[in-house]
Write a new protein. Structure first.
Length: 299
């Protein structure tokens, strides 16, 4: 992708279509070209819809555009700094590989500069910031807490960051990330999203903090309550929120069976199905992803 070509031009579009993986669906290709630098985004999708691949493409494209724009300036600004964050550390290497591959696809085999991208799980991110990045905050070991509650730990970090900002606002802003990408957002608590916002500097034009969240209620293995994004401080109304509709991991029949097991469609009316809260039926119906068919939901 030629960095000197205007982002909204036909030439840029042709470059990116050639660079994108030919096995991506039309939906995945369109999302991979999403403009993301001035406001939050929320991408929700069923399991196996390719959310992590889309995340990698958007992150690679964001870095490429920012690095190219710096090189074109007479007096270049500082290089961009972005973080890709997940809760489960088992995902970290997978995400690193996907982003590295996506970047090489878009730059014809160039590697991502080592100082512009950090891929980490949340706990390791806070360790890195406190021990290696220069943030004047104390790292909180999970095992040191009487309660391993992520909400309480996030609150303690936020108090430290608030004090840091009050004492040296300019230095605080210099250490913040330009953008944060969150994979498997359903694994995080609302307070942890607020913590991530504290690590971001606002966009110079919009004043909003660029965070893009990939989220799936049905994969909520830790049973986290669904965030109210407005209360968290993240505005993802209207076109800022998107649902990926197609699953490539299983057939429709398997997905439909699994979804109805999640809902407890065949359970007795008097029984409470606790997992039903992780389906967000109304949202999926509004997007045309599911429909009621008598005693079950059709995908």
């Amino acid at each position: 992708v030629r960095g000197n070509i205007n982002e909204n031009s036909i030439g840029c579009y042709i470059d990116e279509m050639i660079a994108l993986d030919k096995y991506l669906s039309k939906e995945q290709q369109e999302l991979s070209r999403m403009t993301f630098d001035d406001s939050p985004r929320l991408i929700r999708g069923v399991a196996g819809s390719g959310k992590s691949v889309v995340l990698a493409n958007i992150a690679a494209r964001y870095l490429l555009r920012r690095l190219d724009s710096i090189e074109d300036q007479l007096f270049p600004k500082e290089r961009p700094s972005i973080a890709v964050v997940c809760f489960n550390r088992a995902l970290v290497n997978f995400l690193k590989q996907k982003i590295r591959y996506a970047y090489r696809e878009q730059t014809l085999d160039e590697d991502i500069p080592s100082d512009v991208l950090l891929v980490s799980n949340l706990n390791s991110l806070m360790y890195f910031l406190s021990r290696e990045k220069g943030w004047p905050i104390d790292y909180i070991r999970i095992g040191d807490q009487e309660s391993k509650d992520g909400v309480e730990i996030a609150k303690q970090y936020r108090e430290q960051i608030k004090q840091f900002e009050a004492e040296n606002k300019n230095y605080y802003h210099s250490l913040c990330f330009d953008a944060i990408f969150v994979d498997e957002g359903q694994d995080l608590e609302s307070e942890e999203f607020k913590l991530l916002l504290d690590l971001l500097r606002p966009n110079e034009v919009s004043g909003e903090k660029p965070i893009i969240i990939f989220y799936d209620d049905a994969q909520n293995v830790y049973g986290r309550p669904r965030p109210t994004w407005k209360d968290v401080g993240i505005n993802v109304v209207g076109e800022r929120s998107y649902v990926m509709r197609e699953c490539f991991r299983n057939t429709r029949q398997i997905v439909e069976l699994a979804f109805n097991v999640l809902l407890g469609s065949q359970s007795q009316p008097s029984e409470r199905v606790r997992t039903r809260t992780y389906a967000d039926i109304n949202y999926l119906q509004e997007r045309g992803v599911i429909e009621e068919a008598g005693d079950h939901i059709r995908v």
